[in-house]
Design a protein around this ligand. Structure first.
Ligand code: FE
Length: 348
């Protein structure tokens, strides 16, 4: 329908005019609210559209922003799938009734039960799609590996003035602390967090990458980070990043006891999903071999599906490790208590 009149005016205007009537009610769409802040995810979404013809409309916000938005939209929310990057947030959204259960033989077969939300017989309320470990990084010239190979030692007086972290209230830290509470109990966790505050080299600020850099420059000596931030720098061709990586050591803590804390990114069908079938199709796509390999290669996370081939050199270099075995949703249940402790001990 390329009319001469159309050809005479600006091409872009013309394309817009032609494209608009094509967006009919039969068009297959999926409205995705995503807290994944990784540019490399574009390929993941594009592959889904290519395979299914379902167009993805994406709303990007952080976990808290997405939850607030869902609550204010209520039953008129256009959201079909919610993608969050923290187990405690997934648990919160589940308990606040923002998700609907999905029963899928494929998802049950591929995603381990401990990495799924509650199942009351109608299916699981959410599904972990990738994992990331929360590890310790240290300055190799000033810190001995033995002094930081447990989370407990972050609070040890021998590490006074050496520790830096992002905000204690950031979901990644709340979930780590919630996990520690599950292993040590509330009392010991409070003592531990008090000790960590006492060991700070500086007030908490920045993101995980900023902590890794601060360890390299010597502004602090010991920090915690999610593994994918570290892997991203390991694979970076930038000389600045290489210099940082050369200076820091990495420890998977608590290998002799309960294992390293592992958090997840997870997805769920929204309670009022207008395109439910597409939502289920997308959830199943996220558990496919290709999407799982993508999480590993694109964003340096570990697949949740067993047997997916790892070709990521940074993940391979980090090696195998023992991870904790608690059901991941307990970090959500502990979160209220953790926040109260943080307020008491002054961990900003
Ligand atoms: Fe992140």
């Amino acid at each position: 329908m390329f009319t001469p009149r159309c050809a005479a005016i600006a091409a872009l205007t013309c394309l817009t005019a032609l494209a608009a009537p094509l967006a009919t009610a039969q068009d297959k769409v999926l409205n995705l609210y995503s807290a994944r802040h990784y540019q490399t995810d574009e390929a993941l979404y594009a592959d889904f559209t290519k395979a299914t013809g379902i167009k993805i409309n994406r709303v990007d916000a952080d976990d808290a922003g997405i939850l607030t938005r869902l609550k204010s939209e209520g039953a008129s929310s256009p959201a079909d799938v919610i993608l969050l990057v923290d187990a405690a947030r997934l648990w919160r959204a589940e308990t606040e009734g923002l998700f609907q259960p999905v029963k899928s033989k494929l998802l049950e077969a591929r995603i381990p039960a401990g990495l799924r939300g509650a199942d009351t017989g109608q299916g699981s309320s959410w599904f972990g799609v990738s994992t990331r470990a929360r590890v310790v990084v240290y300055n190799k010239t000033s810190v001995k590996r033995d002094d930081v190979d447990t989370y407990e030692e972050l609070a040890d007086p021998k590490n006074k003035g050496k520790v830096c972290t992002r905000s204690g209230s950031h979901p990644y830290n709340l979930s780590l602390f919630g996990s520690v509470m599950e292993h040590l109990g509330p009392q010991a966790t409070e003592t531990w967090l008090q000790g960590m505050v006492g060991n700070m080299a500086r007030a908490p600020k920045g993101g995980d990458t900023d902590q890794i850099k601060a360890v390299a420059t010597g502004e602090c000596q010991i920090a915690v980070t999610n593994t994918y931030y570290l892997a991203r720098m390991m694979r970076s061709g930038k000389p600045d990043d290489q210099q940082v990586i050369d200076k820091v050591g990495v420890v998977f803590p608590n290998q002799q006891s309960w294992g390293t804390h592992v958090n997840i990114a997870g997805a769920a069908a929204a309670k009022f999903a207008p395109n439910r079938a597409a939502a289920v199709q997308f959830l199943e796509y996220l558990a496919s071999d290709s999407a799982q390999a993508y999480f590993a290669d694109g964003n340096n996370e570990w697949p949740v599906v067993k047997g997916v081939n790892l070709t990521n050199p940074a993940l391979t270099a980090m090696g195998a490790f023992k991870s904790e075995t608690i059901p991941i949703s307990v970090v959500g249940m502990n979160q209220g208590k953790v926040q109260q402790i943080l307020d008491r001990v002054g961990y900003k």
